[in-house]
Write a new protein. Structure first.
Length: 417
């Protein structure tokens, strides 16, 4: 049985090591831009409860404990099995320090053995900060070109204000060779941390998913938007970045005016499910609350929606907003600076602040009752998403970006493992 780790699939071609969450659909979507390009690609997967899909084409170093042994030709595991995982972590933790230090050491060994030309960290915290610590331990000749991709607004909006975090944030940003972001507000935030804006790649702003398949989504969304009767809420959970309770209250207030319709909730948390039970019974009957669905399914649901509901406290330029636009759905989003730079209230989206249920309810009622508005916005948004988030045009630019980085600072060593 051949192993993806024994030899590069494309000898002599650039090697790119991604560092990030292997269970994230954003990770999959970005890396999939490179599937048929001849790059040698691997992912160093940071620990979460969701592992990289078993059938995903990318070889992965897995730091979480797998429920069952994965295919060793495609996955290398820090902890070989759930049964041995706790004991292994305990012993290694006692001998080598915290679990984070164990992961850092493994990442360092991967880089020293495989010699990637490029390390691309998917997010500043934790991926970028972790790699920055590892990078400081590498010999100068072994330091790959570093691409640091900021994740929306969450990486810097609050953390840059924390005096304890600022030194590590600015240190990582200053060490990166190229910085990517989906919005230009991040450039200003980085400037506040003393970072020259020339460190930002000419690709920026670029969606963190690599853009959307506009023609594919349009073909799947065959029903005219003004005939649809579904509301999609893709992030039905509480977090630092968005709050669910005001949305639930908004649904309660809007329901008499927007019925009949269906409400589709994704990533629904236990807390959200509990509060759904407090809603009127006729509203509860039209709600479908899913804890998790595959990305393909979420995009299919977007194609059925008339409204995409995504109020937030902190965000970049939301990928879900672009996906909704490609499908013809009308986004209800918050008037954050990163969003106001791209869209206009009443022309592309309806604005509603996350903490104001009356604003969310008002936007919902308007979106569900004004056929002319949703049709007009759908036409304008198709042109906007083609201009700002077209995967068909972004993909070749990303490939050229990596080619140039790899050839301008390519290590001479041959990657092996």
């Amino acid at each position: 049985m051949s192993s993806a780790f024994a030899n590069d699939s494309h000898p002599g071609r650039p090697r790119i090591l991604f560092v990030g969450f292997g269970g994230s659909s954003h990770t999959h979507s970005w890396i999939d831009l490179l599937e048929h390009t001849g790059f040698n690609v691997r992912l160093f997967d940071l620990p979460t409860s969701t592992l990289p899909p078993a059938d995903w084409w990318v070889p992965c170093y897995v730091t979480a404990v797998p429920a069952r042994p994965p295919d060793p030709s495609r996955r290398r595991c820090l902890y070989p099995s759930a049964r041995l995982g706790w004991l292994t972590r305990h012993i290694r933790g006692r001998l080598a320090g915290s679990p984070e230090r164990v992961i850092e050491r493994w990442l360092g060994r991967v880089i020293r053995s495989w010699h990637p030309h490029i390390v691309h960290t998917l997010g500043l915290d934790p991926a970028g900060l972790l790699y920055d610590r590892v990078r400081r331990t590498l010999e100068p000749a072994l330091k790959p070109t570093w691409v640091l991709q900021l994740r929306g607004g969450s990486d810097l909006t609050l953390s840059r204000l924390d005096p304890e975090l600022r030194p590590s944030l600015s240190g990582a940003l200053a060490a990166a060779d190229q910085i990517l972001s989906d919005n230009l507000v991040s450039v200003r935030y980085a400037r506040e941390l003393g970072i020259d804006e020339n460190r930002f790649s000419p690709l920026a702003p670029v969606p963190g998913t690599g853009g959307v398949d506009i023609e594919g989504l349009r073909a799947a969304a065959s029903t005219p938007v003004e005939q649809r009767r579904a509301v999609l809420w893709p992030k039905a959970y509480e977090s630092r970045w968005s709050k669910a309770m005001p949305v639930i209250e908004a649904l309660r207030r809007a329901w008499p005016a927007i019925a009949p319709c269906s409400i589709l909730m994704l990533a629904a948390s236990d807390e959200t499910r509990a509060w759904i039970r407090t809603l009127p019974e006729d509203l509860q009957r039209v709600i479908t609350a899913e804890a998790w669905v595959p990305r393909a399914k979420s995009l299919e649901l977007m194609g059925r929606a008339r409204v995409m509901l995504a109020p937030s406290l902190i965000d970049g330029t939301p990928n879900t907003m672009f996906e909704a636009m490609a499908c013809g759905a009308l986004p209800v989003v918050s008037p954050l600076e990163t969003i106001r730079d791209v869209v206009v209230d009443g022309e592309n989206v309806l604005f509603a602040r996350n903490l104001y249920p009356e604003e969310i309810a008002g936007a919902l009622v308007r979106a569900m009752t004004d056929d002319a508005l949703v049709a007009r916005c759908a036409a304008a948004n198709l042109e906007l998403v083609r201009r700002r988030a077209n995967r068909a045009t972004i993909g070749p630019r990303v490939v050229a970006f990596y080619e140039e980085l790899a050839t301008s600072g390519r290590p001479s060593a041959t990657g092996t493992a």
